[in-house]
Design a protein around this ligand. Structure first.
Ligand code: MG
Ligand code: ZN
Length: 210
């Protein structure tokens, strides 16, 4: 599809600019991608609580409507900006550029982008981030990596959330990870519960990148 190719080429050029800006500013940005309800915002709240004494952070919240998640992040004590996409189903590099400008970043800031809840097209749109992270909850199917391979291929890390619920579910963690690594052997995997705090330290250390 030519239109889609042109659209993505234009996006890639803008993403390259964003990457330069981030490098120049000494800012690390992670792009969190997952279905609605995967626990992206809860993961961020727990991550902020863990890293807040050590690193300056900011969050770009993407949702079709409302600023509810930006409010949650602000209540967790972190600077957040909400971006609404209306009928759009993903963030693109131009939205990322505007969001970064509005954040007025200081050197050394760790930026989390919470993409619009969607496992499909956010995989295709480079924002200029350092890494994409797939957030998948154990209340979803372990076959999600096979059904939505693009995002698992594009990501550097997989965060498996809500593991405190495993005792109540038939979710096969080993099978899920095997599926994910069959698509992307390099994938880092973290098992976390934002509720109990299990795994949040290990994930946060990786997110911080040092
Ligand atoms: Mg959210
Ligand atoms: Zn989309």
């Amino acid at each position: 599809m030519k239109i889609e190719r042109d659209l993505l080429a234009k996006n890639d050029a803008l993403a390259k600019d964003n990457r330069h800006v981030l490098e120049h500013q000494g800012v690390r940005a992670l792009n969190l991608i997952g279905s609605p309800g995967a626990g992206k915002t809860a993961l961020l709240e727990a991550t902020i609580a863990t890293l807040r004494p050590h690193v300056r952070m900011a969050v770009l919240e993407g949702d079709q409507a409302t600023d509810r998640d930006a409010q949650r992040i602000a209540r967790a004590g972190c600077h957040a900006i909400q971006m609404n996409t209306g009928t759009g189903c993903h963030l693109d590099a131009s939205m990322m550029a505007r969001g970064l400008q509005r954040l007025e970043l200081e050197r050394g800031t760790l930026v989390f982008v919470e993409n619009v809840g969607n496992l499909v097209c956010p995989a295709l749109f480079d924002l200029g981030e350092h890494a994409k992270v797939v957030v998948l909850s154990v209340t979803e199917g372990e076959d999600k990596p096979l059904k939505y391979p693009h995002v698992f291929r594009a990501a550097r890390a997989l965060v498996l959330t809500k593991i405190d619920l495993l005792a109540h579910l038939d979710f096969d963690v080993a099978e899920c990870i095997a599926h994910a690594r069959s698509i992307n052997p390099e994938l880092e995997v973290f098992h976390v519960s934002a509720k109990s705090g299990v795994g949040i330290d290990a994930w946060s250390t990786w997110a911080r990148g040092s």
